[in-house]
Ligand binder design. Structure first.
Ligand code: AMP
Length: 508
């Protein structure tokens, strides 16, 4: 896992993605627990972090900042967040945008009080909603789609606040797992398709916790109770405890399968399934369906590790660490002026000659996006003495961009949208290449397979995007990739089947 999509910090082994949210109700240390939970969710966003906490007399205090959780918060910042309920957010964002004002949670005053919100996902009708609101006089302070939610709540005529939140959410299209905070309540909402995860847990003192992933519950010793169901609105307050409401749409859920392939931590339970178990199975399936004679199986750390373990076990071949990932590479690095080929990858992944020399190597990664990381990894392995390199990818080919909160480049940049498997193999220079087949993935999910969104593999979108959808990020090169055209063998240019039409799943 080398992220091609940002100015990667690599203080850790984790993927870079979208956002993470947390909410805590009725714990004297709510903001501290939020802070810890955000650490556990740091892999979901490294560009900014924030917490809003409500004091006993109903004041919402907020601390937000650009950077990692450890950079944004310290003892004195947390001391500014007293109160027994709080929400938090880690954000993955665009480098180019003015950053601080887009860091969540957002807080707003409306006629009857104050409300804060933290959102994971991406709204596909944001532009239209924003235009309508602006035509009616709303003034926006950020370029984030989340802000429309606050405006919709403010303009709603409904009472009480929960009815305003429900009315606002029913106007939203796309992906949203959100937590709201008010003077005396915590509210968790998941969109009717359940694109992004959101779970509920409870601490031994009775405090209720909402979080994007269960790894956040584990850290703060909250027991996982259940998912917030797609289309569910959970309201927590002192008077009524936890109450569940439903948004009016009831489509079949479409949870993001990429959470299992790449985003979520392997120690999380996501959509009711262990991420570790899914990835191990992906590896096993690859070994069964696309096995090849080899001496050693190695992962691309860290996102390929569990699938590689599954592959090695099934194939009965030793699992080795043929690539060592550096955990200490900073956000930016200065390259020598004469240039070193594949510098970014080399800085982060070091091949182990003792594992690779003279060996036929199977290397497992979670996905191929633009194909440039794989190309560099194959080159590294061969330079370190591997006599054969067989690449196995624990997901189907990604052919379409995501509109529901995943940072994928535009379809034209996705190598599997431009080339078939043999062409990709030739481009990345490996001896064989195989992807997890789409059918096998669905077969593995069994009876649950209808409940997932596969738009990135099929181009069939459960919710059609309206107009120009602001994706979660604009592509930011981290020096690992260079543009496809500038990579050796730039013969890729001008492939004919670029620019897929957006298919609406229901039309297909
Ligand atoms: P690429 O060089 O564009 O093919 O990138 C492939 C690598 O990007 C794989 O090693 C994945 O682990 C990683 N990856 C996949 N999806 C994402 C994502 N949404 N954000 C960041 N990195 C990703």
């Amino acid at each position: 896992m080398i992220s091609p999509f940002n100015n990667d910090d690599d203080h850790d082994d984790k993927p870079r993605e979208e956002c993470g949210v947390v909410g805590i109700y009725n714990d004297p240390e709510a903001s501290r627990l939020c802070y810890l939970a955000l650490h556990a969710l740091q892999h979901r966003g490294q560009e900014g972090a924030g917490i809003v906490a409500a004091t006993r007399d109903g004041v919402l205090n907020s601390v937000t900042g650009v950077g990692l959780v450890s950079e944004v918060f310290n003892e004195s910042k947390l001391n500014q967040l007293p109160g027994s309920h709080a929400i938090g957010h880690v954000r993955y964002s665009t480098a180019g945008q003015s950053m601080l004002k887009n860091v969540q949670p957002f807080v707003a005053d409306y006629m009857h009080g104050r409300v804060g919100v933290a959102h994971n996902g991406n709204l596909v009708n944001y532009e239209r909603l924003r235009r309508e609101l602006e035509e009616n006089g709303s003034i926006f302070g950020t370029s984030s789609d989340t802000e429309v939610v606050l405006h919709l709540i403010a303009v709603s005529k409904k009472r009480p606040l929960i009815a305003r939140i429900v009315e606002a959410c029913e106007k939203l299209k796309g992906a949203y797992s959100m937590v709201f905070i008010t003077e005396d309540k915590l509210v968790a909402v998941r969109d009717p398709y359940g694109f992004r995860p959101l779970v509920m847990g409870r601490r031994s003192n009775g405090a209720i916790v909402f979080a994007s992933e269960t790894c956040a519950l584990d850290l703060i010793e909250a027991t996982y109770e259940r998912e917030v169901m797609p289309g569910e609105v959970l309201v927590v307050d002192k008077k009524d405890g936890v109450q569940s409401y439903c948004l009016s749409q009831h489509p079949e859920p479409k949870s993001c399968i990429f959470e299992h392939i790449y985003f979520s931590m392997p120690n999380s339970i996501v959509f009711g399934m262990s991420v570790y178990e899914s990835r191990r199975m992906f590896g096993e399936i690859l070994a069964t369906e696309a096995g090849v004679d080899c001496d050693v199986v190695i992962p691309v750390p860290d996102s390929g590790v569990v699938a590689a373990l599954g592959y090695a076990e099934k194939a009965g071949v030793p699992f080795q660490q043929g690539l060592i990932r550096s955990h200490y590479v900073g956000r930016t690095f200065i390259e020598p002026s004469q240039g070193i080929r594949d510098f970014g990858v080399k800085l982060k992944l070091a091949p182990v000659r003792a594992v690779l020399e003279g060996k036929r190597v199977v290397v497992v990664d979670d996905s191929i996006v633009r194909g440039t990381t794989a190309l560099k990894i194959v080159r590294l392995l061969k330079e370190a003495g591997a006599i054969e390199v067989h690449m196995r990818i624990a997901s189907p080919p990604i052919i379409a961009s995501c509109y529901y909160g995943v940072d994928t480049p535009n379809s034209e940049e996705l190598i599997s949208n431009r080339m078939n498997v043999e062409e990709i193999r030739e481009f990345i220079g490996c001896d064989s290449l195989a992807f997890l087949s789409f059918d096998s993935l669905k077969k593995m999910l069994g009876g649950n397979s209808g409940g997932f969104c596969y738009a990135c593999f099929s181009g069939k979108y459960p919710v059609a995007p309206n107009g120009n959808v602001n994706k979660v990020v604009d592509f930011v090169d981290d020096g690992l990739n260079g543009s496809i055209q500038s990579i050796d063998g730039g013969w890729l240019q001008g492939s004919e089947d670029q620019g897929q039409d957006l298919n609406h799943e229901e039309d297909n």
